[in-house]
Design a protein around this ligand. Sequence first.
Ligand code: GAR
Length: 208
Amino acid sequence: MKRIVILISGRGSNMRSIVEACTGEGWPAHVVAVISNRPDAAGLVFAVERGIATSIVDHQSFATRDAFDAALAQAIDAHAPDLVVMAGFMRVLGAACVCRYEARMLNIHPSLLPAFAGLHTHRRAIEAGCKLAGATVHFVTSQLDHGPIVLQAAVPVLSGDDERSLSERVLAMEHGIYPRAVRWFVEGQLRTEGGVVTQTGGEPQLVL
Ligand code: GAR
């Protein structure tokens, strides 16, 4: 059984979709811990209710990013994960921490990367007049919101959309693609070559 640690910062709806798919679909995996950098992250309540170990590594308690990263790595490693899943985890990790989990750390970002890395993706997509938006699951590298792309989902940007309506449409897709990407990982169905990820079972890596 593969061991999954999930990192959150807030609501935790992606974490929840992964936990539910993991148990509901009988993956060869367990979510062994949920770790938050914010003590008040709402997603922690769901994890506790599900009997999943939780811990808090509050970034505000550390003077430097390196000190925070070291404490976070210690908290993660205590659960000996095969995979670390960033699910709305809103802290940028330093290169040393990212390297530690190379090829075994996933992130979801609410844009069609490489467009709109960083914050306020939906607002920026609307302001740029984009007709298509979406979400990307990717392996984490030291470059923020970049790294080999596992799976993308696209949705239309509709006239009259605001940040909220677009984010809701994208989030609904996130809840479909993130569990799928994590399942591929735990089932050993991902190969990365030259920065390009292939799903070896022939499942589509694009959802429209
Ligand atoms: C999600 O939309 C996720 O894509 C985004 O934060 C939200 C978290 O929601 N992540 C990022 O912006 C990371 N750069 P959730 O806590 O309900 O899963």
